[in-house]
Design a protein around this ligand. Structure first.
Ligand code: C5P
Length: 395
């Protein structure tokens, strides 16, 4: 594999010498990109010797034109270790003012970031927010270890040992295998809650944040699928994903139907409103009486419709339930002609709307598997595994 190792100025930089050595030893090619501050800790000459490649330091001193684009085109993936608060903040904001940040912004391959810094810096809300932003874009964050820190204190913020970084990186990058079953396959993912307007200022909505669907879109896109994300959510996703914003169930239906025919799969994680207001009021409804009655009419069940239309496609639905969730989910699987349903009890702690974790049961016609509490990004990988395996057998 061709790897860019980005090095910023954390004291843990000494571990990265060994990290690069280990990559080279097992046959990877490595090109190192350093920030100016990092060169104050370790000479680029050392990384040049170990990697047997030129080290990129100052983009403006580099003789080659567009060196940042050439290196990005060369690589299969990039890993930044140690990643300081500064480089993490710059990537989150899209700032490109030195070699490392410029290469990171130009990158269109998988990016892995291993933060390392003092505990207070790591726990700073801006820093944590930046990590969330990066994660939402499909970037892998390797969580720092806890223990003694170079600054003499103790807490979270230590760069994990090189072997652990390699283990984490390999686990993440295995999903980027070339020629994966999902390579080039068009997959529609829906996310977020629909909004059914009552009048120009009000709507009927629900608590769905879109986090689960956006994580699925990232996981599939990372594996090479051509993802169309139809969503009501403003959350960010990987830049390779085609995003279509919608508000109502009917808009979602129209967009799905226009994309469905040449797609290989649809994953409906959106919380679609079952009913809409019958008579939308062109003017804001005034308050007169003590009671107000809104007449609601049923929305089309999009997934049911797709179940009738599907040919050689797979359909995955979600069942967010508050009671008897496995039985209800299985009933939906059959009635809507789905290949798999992801069932969860939205009343359980750590599951359902808004949170970063979920507790799911994956149900197919002849299988049921319960999983413990997991990050939504991990649940997304399970769903991508299933899509990959099933599309492989449909060929
Ligand atoms: O029947 P229920 O709404 O519980 O089913 C949930 C599944 O059906 C979800 O995957 C949801 O996205 C989808 N759905 C739909 N159209 C609707 C309601 C739900 O496609 N009108």
């Amino acid at each position: 594999m061709n790897l860019i190792v980005g090095v910023s100025a954390g004291i843990a930089i000494y571990k990265v010498v060994d990290l690069v050595r280990k990559f080279i030893k097992r046959g990877d090619s490595v090109k190192v990109v350093m920030t100016n501050h990092a060169t104050k800790f370790i000479s680029p000459e050392l990384f040049k010797e170990i990697s047997q490649n030129e080290v990129m330091t100052d983009i403006f001193e580099n003789e080659e034109t567009a060196a940042h684009i050439k290196i990005v085109d060369w690589c299969d993936a990039m890993i930044i270790a140690p990643a300081t608060a500064n480089i993490i903040g710059k990537i989150a904001c899209g700032i490109a003012d030195d070699s490392l940040s410029t290469v990171a912004i130009a990158l269109n391959r998988p990016l892995i970031i291993a933060p390392a810094m003092n505990t207070h810096m790591y726990l700073n809300p801006a820093m944590q927010n930046n990590l969330k932003i990066l994660e939402s874009r499909g970037i892998k964050i390797i969580e720092p270890d806890s223990g003694e820190l170079a600054c003499g204190t103790s807490g979270i913020g230590r760069l994990p040992e090189p072997d652990e970084i390699i283990l984490n990186a390999d686990e993440f990058l295995k999903n980027f295998r070339k020629n994966s079953e999902l390579d080039g396959k068009k997959i529609i993912v829906t996310a977020g809650g629909t909004r059914e307007p009552i009048d120009p200022v009000r709507f009927i909505g629900n608590h769905s944040s879109g986090k689960m669907g956006h994580a699925i879109a990232n996981a599939l896109s990372n594996r090479g699928a051509e993802v169309v994300l139809i969503t009501s959510s403003d959350l960010e996703v990987s830049k390779n994903i085609r995003v279509i914003k919608i508000e109502t169930a009917e808009q979602m239906r129209q967009k799905i139907l226009s994309e469905f025919e040449n797609s290989s799969a649809v994953i409906m994680s959106a919380a679609v409103a079952d009913y809409r207001v019958k008579n939308f009021s062109e003017q804001k409804i005034k308050k007169f009486d003590d009671n107000l009655t809104l007449e609601l009419v049923k929305n089309p069940d999009i997934l049911f419709e797709l179940g009738q239309l599907k040919k050689n496609q797979i359909l995955i639905g979600f069942a967010a339930e508050t009671q008897d969730f496995e039985r209800n989910a299985r009933e939906k699987l059959i009635r809507k002609n789905l290949d798999m349903i992801v069932a969860n009890d939205v009343t359980a702690e750590g599951a359902g709307f808004g949170v970063d974790t979920n507790i799911v049961t994956l149900i197919t016609k002849d299988n049921l598997k319960r999983y413990p509490i997991m990050k939504k990004s991990e649940v997304a990988e399970l769903i991508a595994d299933y899509a990959s395996k099933t599309l492989g057998t449909l060929k």
